[in-house]
Design a protein. Sequence first.
Length: 185
Amino acid sequence: MTTWIVLGLIVLIGLYLITLYNGLVRKRQMVREGWSGIDVQLKRRADLIPNLVETVKGYAAHERAALDEVTEMRARAADLPRDDVAGRAQAEGMLSQALGRLFAVAEAYPDLKANDGFRDLHASLDKVEEALQMARRYYNGAVRALNVMVESFPSNLVASRFGFSHEDYFEIEDARERAVPKVDF
C-alpha cells in the first residue's frame, strides 16, 4: 500500500512539473509571437518612412537636417539585431522623436499639408503607430506573464533547469515621451 502511495505521489509531482514546463513554453511562445508583431509593425513603419521623406523633400528642401535625421534613425534601427529588444526600443524611440520633428517641419508648409500623398502617408503612419502600440502592449503583457512564471516558486525551479530566462520589456527610454502633456486653456 505504501508503495502505491509513493508511486502516486511521484506521478502527481511528475505531472505537475510537466504542467509547469508546458506553461513556461506557452508563455515563451507568446513572447516570441508578441515580438514578431512588433517587428512586423516596425517593418511597415520603416517602409513608409522613405516615401514620407521623399514627399517632404520636394517641399522643404532647406529643412535637410530633419530629413537626414529621420533617414539616419531609420537606418540605425534597421541595423540592430531582431532579438535586441532594449536596443530596438531605444532606436525606435529616437526614430519616433525624429519623425515628430519632421512633422513639426511639415507644419510650416501649407502646400505640403494639403498634398494628398503627404496626407495619405501621414494617415498610414498614424495607423501603423496605433498597431505598433497595440503590439507593444501585447508583447509587454506576454513578457510580464513569462517573467512571473520564471521568478515564481516553484516554476522558477523548472525554468532555471530548462533554460527559461527573464525577458526585457519594450519600453520607452525617453522620459519626455512618457510625460503627461501639459495642456493650458
